[in-house]
Write a protein that binds this ligand. Structure first.
Ligand SMILES: C[C@](O)(CO)[C@H](O)COP(=O)(O)OP(=O)(O)OC[C@H]1O[C@@H](n2ccc(N)nc2=O)[C@H](O)[C@@H]1O
Ligand SMILES: Nc1ncnc2c1ncn2[C@@H]1O[C@H](COP(=O)(O)OP(=O)(O)OP(=O)(O)O)[C@@H](O)[C@H]1O
Length: 315
């Protein structure tokens, strides 16, 4: 019997620009994705039967074949049938700490951890880019989650250009536990509100996507300048999520009014909102002030920090 434990970090979006919609129904994006140390733990145990089973401590997370961790294992079984026949099924235990349906890539990072873990369990020796290609079949955020760090992501989010390591920038993260925003809804609503922006000219598309590489926020990241990064953050999906979810807007405004907050933004399709702060001590102060302003038990608050890694192998 063999087993592996992996750490699967969440992400935030420092930048999310919708460049246009694509014929496949997805949106062409220019994003900057950032790993944070808020993470789930994934335990993989080789089983003596052919079954793939998922266990999770979070009541809102399905444990059937719709779980992204299950789907990652099923994809590996399909891609590598000889290894699957040889090694058999597995038990996957997901210890959830990342809030669910939060815009933090919780399911995607679990899927990435299962890909990395099965590669080890079955001695496949896959490269990082092979793992990322498999990940892209499971979801747009999965390829990033494999190696994580600070990355420019274009295409539908799967084309990755790593930037410098951005360690230890402190973040306060807030999410109403019972509030969920569907990613598909956010993109669909954006298209309805702002109209179809289908770009036929591929050169134009490439030029617009590559503009982010020379953008001001990238310069601020390369300079590791947290204040300037905070000023240049952007998320197009805020334009549809904030008007539809007053609680998210309220959190965003509350963060913005706090002393010590360098900048605040919704992550991905929301509803989590994060604030960049000057130090760990300042983060604790801001967290307590938000807790006092909104003494609602439904509001989850975390102090976290940026990290330079994606999936890590614990043992
Ligand atoms: C909002 C973000 O989290 C920002 O990082 C991602 O863009 C979404 O990543 P994800 O949840 O892994 O997305 P997927 O599972 O691939 O897609 C969920 C849904 O979001 C929409 N979607 C997603 C990515 C993209 N580039 N364009 C889209 O329109 C599609 O309607 C899709 O059905
Ligand atoms: N392993 C998993 N962890 C969390 N949610 C999962 C998982 N597998 C399937 N789901 C389902 O996926 C939905 C989206 O959850 P998830 O936490 O991945 O969203 P998210 O953080 O908004 O993702 P993203 O930022 O990639 O759009 C949930 O409602 C949940 O039912």
């Amino acid at each position: 019997m063999r087993s592996y434990s992996l750490i699967a970090p969440a992400k935030i979006n420092l930048y999310l620009e919708i460049i246009g919609d694509r014929p496949d129904g997805y949106h062409e994006l220019a994003m900057i994705l950032q790993s944070i140390d808020l993470a789930d733990q994934i335990d993989l145990h080789a089983a003596s039967t052919e079954a793939i089973r998922v266990y999770c401590n979070h009541p809102q997370v399905p444990t059937d074949n719709s779980n992204l961790a299950y789907r990652a294992a099923a994809l590996m079984a399909k891609q590598f049938p000889d290894a699957f026949n040889n090694f058999g099924g597995m038990d996957i235990t997901v210890k959830k700490r990342i809030p669910v349906a939060a815009g933090l890539a919780g399911g995607s990072t679990n899927a990435a951890a299962v890909l990395v873990g099965i590669d080890l369990l079955w001695n496949l020796g896959l490269t990082k880019s092979e793992l990322e290609e498999l990940g892209a079949q499971l979801g747009s955020d999965v390829p990033f989650c494999v190696s994580g760090g600070t990355v420019i992501a274009t295409g539908r989010g799967e084309q990755l250009s790593p930037l410098t390591s951005l360690n230890n920038i402190y973040i306060v993260l807030a999410k109403y536990h019972s509030l969920e925003v569907s990613t598909a809804w956010a993109y669909k609503t954006y298209r309805q509100v702002f109209g179809s922006t289908y770009i036929k000219n591929t050169e134009d598309l490439a030029a617009r996507a590559s503009a982010v590489h020379s953008g001001e926020i990238v310069k601020a990241i390369l300079d590791k300048d947290a204040a300037e990064i905070s000023r240049k953050m952007h998320n197009d999906l805020e334009k549809v999520v904030l008007p539809a979810y007053p609680q998210v807007l309220q959190l965003r405004e509350l963060f913005a009014s706090q002393e010590g907050v360098l900048g605040t933004m919704m992550s991905g399709s929301g509803p989590s909102v994060f604030a960049i702060v000057e130090s760990k001590a300042q983060a604790e102060v801001v967290k307590e002030r938000i807790r006092s302003a909104i003494p609602d038990e439904d509001l989850e608050l975390f102090v976290t920090r940026t990290i330079a890694t994606g999936i890590q192998i614990l043992k």
